[in-house]
Design a protein around this ligand. Structure first.
Ligand code: COA
Length: 437
């Protein structure tokens, strides 16, 4: 067999040269979140006039999102699988698209003709002594897309942590390799105030020793983790995790000893956090980075012991329908893995699916618990899937409850400033009955 070093050397090129090989009409996948390869993306953006009808798809954008600028029309169009701050205006103004699907199904869609990938632009570590590069902080959807793509262009980044798990690709699978060192985008922890602390405590009260946790991103998951210091033998099986998990692991609270699958290991599809997190996961055999058709598969999730999924949302209506991704008809974020985990945790015999949010938005001027959604609002988690809803005022279990009971329970955890108007809406719907305290 040919020495991998020779194979690798033959693939080395510059970013500008590599992106010339993207054909007109191609669908180009970018590595997810902190796996986006900045040097390759910049080269595409700088040379945008060379492309005709190229589509860029990816989940969480952590880069500048310049491929959504109006001047890209006819050359590059973005099709978002998750919307973030740098791409939101383009999606909301119709210059870019949004396509919803379950995260766990994406590897299948990349190969079964649902969403074929022509070119994958990814970030990888330099090769190890066997010629394998690691996808680092984002493996879940990124590795399956790269394996499905006809052309793989990799930024070989010596700042990418070498994570363990099913996180490797051999240099022989790459089409072009561009060596360039770039710092990883970092995500600061969300700000934790009194409201988030109370939500964290209310969620923590539902988490038993030996639970396996999935935590989404932002200040609420961070607040929950801060309230778990006195728990024992927690495990992590989570689409992603961030810095908060590192402290609990170091304290010996997260051991994974009670997990059913991948005992003793923290399992994730991708990671977003600060340097502290990226250093922690580098060559750490206790962290398994795995593809998303395993990590997010509800059937896999349901097998974990006491699976608890904690995610955030924007609004809940009286029936328990949950909107986590739109402001009215305008797409705000995306479904991500929310329903994968809500369903997995609900299917788990001793599991809990928690959706947590502050009771108000817009500096206290808007209640997030509403009688009905505005027209066009997305239902991310249906009323049939919903389980626990948590605000700073408490936690309610909506499963097995009638629509009338749900409305009353939800009013009981709404902000007190809005309870009178919510009770009035309850009476209009259900008659002049006790509408909760
Ligand atoms: N009406 C009007 N505005 C609202 C609102 C509502 N009901 N709910 C929130 N907002 C505003 C907030 O005030 C805030 O505005 P500001 O930044 O000007 O203060 C903004 O919208 C964002 O709200 P916030 O609750 O702070 O969002 P977040 O950053 O905590 O993210 C989700 C929450 C739900 C958008 C995010 O968790 C998400 O996208 N979830 C779906 C995917 C998912 O759950 N994945 C899980 C696996 S990782």
């Amino acid at each position: 067999m040919q020495d991998w070093k020779e194979i690798y050397r033959a693939k080395l090129t510059t970013a500008a040269e590599a992106v010339k090989h993207i054909p007109d009409g191609a669908r180009v996948f970018f590595g997810h979140a902190a796996n986006e390869p900045p040097v390759l993306v910049d080269a595409m953006v700088q040379n945008y006039e060379q492309y005709k009808n190229v589509e860029i798809v990816h989940w969480v954008p952590m880069g500048k999102g310049e491929y959504t600028l109006p001047k890209m029309a006819g050359h590059i169009r973005h099709n978002a699988l998750f919307v973030g701050p740098s791409t939101r205006a383009a999606v909301q103004e119709g210059r870019a698209d949004y396509t919803p699907f379950f995260f766990y199904q994406s590897p299948r869609f990349f190969t079964d003709g649902t969403m074929p990938v022509d070119v994958a632009l990814v970030s990888l570590t330099p090769p190890d002594k066997h010629g394998f590069c690691s996808f680092g902080v984002s493996v879940g959807g990124t590795k399956p897309a790269a394996l499905a793509a006809k052309i793989v262009i990799a930024q070989i980044n010596d700042q990418m942590p070498r994570t363990m798990g099913d996180s490797f690709i051999h240099v022989s699978r790459l089409t072009y390799a561009v060596e360039a060192s770039s710092p990883l985008p970092e995500l600061g922890g969300g700000s934790i105030g009194a409201v988030e602390e109370a939500i964290g405590r209310n969620c923590a009260a539902l988490i038993e020793d030996g639970s396996t946790l999935q935590l989404g991103i932002g200040s609420i998951p961070d607040a929950v983790l801060k309230s778990l210091g006195d728990k024992k033998d927690l495990g992590i099986h989570s689409e992603m995790f961030s810095d908060g998990v590192v402290d609990l692991y170091r304290k010996g609270v997260i051991t994974g000893a009670a997990k059913t699958l991948n005992k003793g290991k923290m399992v994730a599809a991708f990671l977003m956090g600060s340097k502290k997190l990226y250093e922690f996961v580098d060559q750490n055999p206790d962290v398994l980075m795995l593809p998303v058709d395993y990590v997010n598969d509800p059937v896999v999730i349901a097998q974990q012991n006491k699976m608890v999924a904690i995610n955030s949302c924007l609004q809940v209506d009286f029936n328990g329908q949950v909107n986590s991704e739109s402001m009215g008809a305008k797409q705000f974020s995306g479904i991500g893995g929310q329903l994968d985990y809500v369903r997995g945790a609900s299917m788990c015999p001793n599991g809990k699916a928690i959706l947590a949010m502050p009771s108000t938005a817009k500096h206290g001027t808007v209640s997030r618990i509403v009688p009905v959604f505005a027209p066009g609002t997305t239902v991310t988690t249906t009323r049939t899937d919903v389980h626990y809803i948590v605000t700073e005022y408490g936690a309610v279990d909506l499963r097995g409850k009638s629509l009338r009971e749900r409305a009353r329970l939800l009013i009981s955890i709404a902000h007190p400033d809005f309870r009178d108007e919510l009770r009035q809406a309850y009476r209009e719907r259900y008659g002049n009955e006790e509408a909760g305290t």
